[in-house]
Design a binder for this molecule. Structure first.
Ligand code: DAH
Length: 347
């Protein structure tokens, strides 16, 4: 009886080997596994007979059965691996329902978009409307109406990307001041985010970058209003502890004009000069964030507003700069390379 079972057990391995030899698909191999190694398979059937043997015969036969099982399992696994790698070499997909699925990549808002939206929401909460206009502009809106006549150096071919003599890529968002005033009656308060273009490309300049323009026109508008609004803006975006200062400057379309600095976000305005000097403010404690001023009466005249009746203020800021300061990004190029490891941090 025992020798009969042993013979059958020993013949299982060559039988399995020959069955596997003829199989070429994972389905066939699975069928073979069920037939030989399954719960009701040939091996299980023989194992169940072991219990009918005399007690002293059982250990020896059991041992042979276990050896056969181990040998068969390993033959079967080798065959599965061989078929899978063959499939892979042929580029065929393997469906393995037990393998964990990959996590889909979730998109994230680009930091420039995120900060643009934040800036706009600060100003809309103060009552400003958001307006937009074309990136291809005419000379009148981009220069002429902004008090930059033909000879103005800002029109230099070095800076401006011209489409034709009078059509160009807007070099700033300030033409939205002109477009807004040509199409609306005061009082008004608008904010205009958008892309702008200049022939400039190095470590700290890109040919396309983003600005947000602001314009408010009314009857009793003063520079104190401008200061109040911009201070509120800086506090909302960077925190209440940040100090704001106005520095006299010049822009053709505002008079007086100012540049606005805020206390340095990195060194807390101390202008650290020690062994680890502040790289953000270059040890001055201040960083420039925008240009602004009271709308020049010459601009009102160009758009048909009565300069004796209306006053207004305008400002323009660079979104890349604000974003770099807000998130401590040290390299402008990060915004344009679209490296998902960088962008994903703004999810
Ligand atoms: N348009 C200016 C530039 O691109 C920025 C600017 C300065 C806008 C002063 C303004 C302003 O509205 O009042 O450099």
């Amino acid at each position: 009886m025992a020798s009969n079972i042993i013979d059958k057990l020993e013949s299982l391995v060559p039988e399995l080997t020959s069955a596997l030899g003829q199989a070429s698909s994972l389905e066939e191999v699975e069928g073979i596994r069920v037939r030989f190694l399954g719960r009701k398979g040939l091996l299980a059937e023989l194992m169940s007979q072991v219990t009918t043997l005399a007690p002293e015969e059982r250990p020896m036969v059991g041992k042979i059965a276990n050896q056969a099982k181990a040998a068969m399992t390993s033959l079967w696994e080798d065959k599965v691996t061989a078929i899978k790698s063959q499939k892979q070499q042929h580029g065929l997909e393997i469906f393995d329902p037990s393998s964990p699925s990959w996590r889909p990549d979730l998109g994230s808002i680009h930091p420039i978009t995120k900060v643009t939206r934040e800036i706009c929401s600060v100003f809309t909460s103060l009552g400003f409307d958001v307006v937009s206009g074309p990136e291809v502009e005419n000379d009148f809106n981009n220069f002429e109406a902004l008090n930059m006549p033909l000879e103005h150096p800002a029109r230099d071919m070095q800076d401006t990307l011209y489409i034709s003599d009078s059509i160009l890529m807007r070099t700033h968002t300030s033409p939205l001041q002109v477009r807004t005033m040509l199409s609306r009656k005061p009082p008004l308060a608008v904010i205009a985010p958008g892309k702008v273009y200049r022939r400039d490309s190095d470590l700290t300049h890109t040919p396309m970058f983003h600005q947000v323009e602001g314009l408010l026109v009314g009857k009793d508008v003063t520079m104190a209003d401008l200061r109040g609004i911009l201070t509120a803006f800086v506090h909302k975006v960077f925190g209440q502890d940040i100090k704001v200062r106005f520095r006299p400057s010049f822009f053709p379309f505002t008079e007086p004009s100012a540049e606005v600095d805020m206390s340095c976000v990195l060194c807390g305005g101390t202008g650290r000069k020690d062994e680890n000097p502040c790289r953000v403010c270059k040890e001055t404690g201040w960083v420039e964030i925008l240009g602004c001023g009271m709308v020049d009466p010459a601009v009102f005249a160009k758009v048909g507003y009565d300069p004796d009746e209306y006053v207004g203020f305008a400002f323009g800021l660079g979104v890349e700069r604000i974003t770099m300061l807000k998130y401590g990004v040290g390299d402008l190029r990060m915004f344009f390379e679209n490296d998902l490891r960088f962008l994903g941090q703004f999810a």
